[in-house]
Write a protein that binds this ligand. Sequence first.
Ligand SMILES: Nc1ncnc2c1ncn2[C@@H]1O[C@H](COP(=O)(O)OP(=O)(O)O)[C@@H](O)[C@H]1O
Ligand SMILES: [Mg+2]
Ligand SMILES: [Zn+2]
Length: 416
Amino acid sequence: MAEIFVDANHPGPETVRGAYLAIARKWRPQTLEEMSGQAHVTRTLKNSLTSGRLHHAFLFTGARGVGKTTAARAFARALQCVVGPTPLPCGTCGPCVDILAGTSPDVVEIDGASNNSVDDIRTLRDGVRYLPASARFRVYVIDEVHMLSRGAFNALLKTLEEPPEHVKFIFATTEVNKIPDTILSRVQRFDFKRIPATVVAARLRKICDAEGVEITDTGLQMVAKAGEGSMRDAQSLLDQIISFGGASGDDQQVADILGLVDRRFLYEMLRGVLRCEPERCLQSIAEVYDSGHELDQFTDELLELVRNATIATMSEGARKFLDVSEEEKAVLLELTSGVPSEQLSRTFQVLLDVHDQVSRSTRPRLVLEMAVARLVAIRPSQPVGALVDRLVDLERRLRGQGVASPRGRDPEGESR
Ligand SMILES: Nc1ncnc2c1ncn2[C@@H]1O[C@H](COP(=O)(O)OP(=O)(O)O)[C@@H](O)[C@H]1O
Ligand SMILES: [Mg+2]
Ligand SMILES: [Zn+2]
């Protein structure tokens, strides 16, 4: 821990940067098995490794920091391991050791951004002819492949049309729309997805535990969400938190560093709304306001919380879509128990409206405070059936007292 994150010689931003590289590198999964999320990709890759029916060119697409380069390296090793091709490379054979050290002559990593000319690809084509030096295949990994020039793509296409048996290509890109169709039609394509926050949080938990960093599940969930589906971004945020807060950070510190509203105020606000306790709401608004946060961000996060609260009241199966830590899940379930989901969805509707007003107003605090009255007034409406029953009952009782049924009466009879 200490030797990675605390560097007495380079305090300040450099440390943050250095630490960022350290976590992302140190925790790059070495095998497909170890990757978080992307099961739809890793499953297919693993199957093709075990079945031995291997395509000669693969394209990994998706947003930044979701595991494309990681998967390319892991897959390369899976192809090359002496006991392979196997989803579980041994880690000790010649090719495994070389690839892990980044010194394998048979796994060539090319940065498409800086090697994008026709000449670069011609050099690659010349290299393709040679048999592997020591491993099973010659594996070419071209990262940021969309950066290749038109001429370079054409040169590449020639090789893709008639690839030598011993060559495998793995291309990675964040911008698949820039890849010519002629190339696309000759590769096996894998679309990497953004990684769900709960999955990212679970990986961060593992990292924190191993590194002796104490951050709660709620804190990690905040970090994961702020990463917006990118594991790398989440890890870099985690580094920042560690470099500011050391080996432990409470939720408030984490929220501060991420620029988020402290979740306690969100929960207080929701509690106030659901229990019809306006003073709780006004208090949370005051605290958020005093802490210097934008109230439109607060209402925005509140909307998400109400979304989660609503899901908490749905079926057990729906709960897997909850976007909160286990700790918060327990709080949400307690908070919403007995609350009809209809009340929550109406709260959501009102809040949506309020959010709109708050973000446009020059007096957001006033708007939000006035909205509290609307929010705490939301009651579950009664089912129509129950209302009809009550009316019928009322009518019957009135008749019993000798009063004529309202329906049969002249509406103006009394005044006449
Ligand atoms: N699916 C994943 N599972 C675990 N760690 C991941 C995953 N995706 C990215 N990472 C982490 O983020 C870092 C950057 O990932 P990388 O594979 O280079 O992303 P990109 O999709 O931009 O190529 C890795 O070193 C690793 O620590
Ligand atoms: Mg990459
Ligand atoms: Zn091996």
